[in-house]
Design a protein around this ligand. Sequence first.
Ligand code: AMP
Length: 364
Amino acid sequence: MSEPLPPGSTIGILGSGQLGRMLALSAARLGLKCHSFADAHGPAMDVTAAQTIAAYGDEKALAQFAASVNAVTYEFENVPVTTARFLEGLVPVRPGPRALEIAQDRQTEKNFITGLGIPVAPFVDVSKANDITAALVKWGTPAILKTRRLGYDGKGQISLVPGAGADKAFAAISGQPAVLEQRVTFVREVSVLLVRGVDGAIDAYDLPQNTHTNGILARSVVPADIDCATAQAAHAIAKRIADALGYVGLLAVEMFDRGPDAPPQSRLIVNEIAPRVHNSGHWTIDACVTSQFENHIRAVAGWPLGSCARHSDAVMDNLIGAEAQDWQRLAREPGTALHLYGKGDARPGRKMGHVTRLAAKTGD
Ligand code: AMP
């Protein structure tokens, strides 16, 4: 196992969004520098020690970037796998490109997860409209058509309700390769935020319970309204995934909890995994001893993991679009931690910041 990177070392971050920004702020606290690499300027670049703006396929720029950093990580899962593999030949890339490859393609992801004996929503592969028709004959509606690649925050998804036409749905995703999922009923959505070190050590945060609006995360609440045995089962599922990948860093696993009436073996269904820090873990900055961002940096730098222990209850609300314009009132609110990402244009649906409201800890 390699030696931990000493303070003063530089971590390269592919991507320049708010997740990269919060990673860089955490790294700075540990005396580590960050160099962000992305194809456009983003909010991370305002807080990193060095920045490169170049195409993800620009091997000359990537080689220069690799020469200037001691390890590389990424803050979004659509970094081309070829970029991560190219960099891997020059510098440690954590988590490894295999995690990216799996998370980038919903079909590969589902096959990987079911291959570990972990349930996902019933799905079929879709390469033509007829695949949708055949599945709907078998299952009926409701169902959700999701593009295999480049879907996030509800993008690239079409909800199929009674009477929905397969041709129309397939045309709406421009005939891209897709999966059709049965819409499952669940009582709550939770996510596991697990961190795995270079030495295989694992720790995980208390589960947040998540609410989405229009496919975008709106709120995460900790503790989740879930019994201890189910929370442990959720953590065990995420551990199986992390171990199978030899994962290093923060892994998020989004799950549906189908409640106590579901068969125990399929009470928890994995929706998707994210090989990076995750929006449903933002509350860890203010409510835990070590945030998801710091723990990701620690893992990437080969450091011992920090404690995931939670010292407060928390409700995290995303500030989407114009909601961030309320910053003056939020800045005055007692017990509220305000985070703004420094993005200029408050377009509808754009994540502009978040607030975490803290309260005395319950739920042990
Ligand atoms: P995704 O982009 O796959 O994370 O989906 C966004 C949100 O849509 C999820 O967090 C759920 O609220 C909902 N959703 C996605 N897939 C399903 C499904 N198979 N059954 C029920 N709800 C779903």
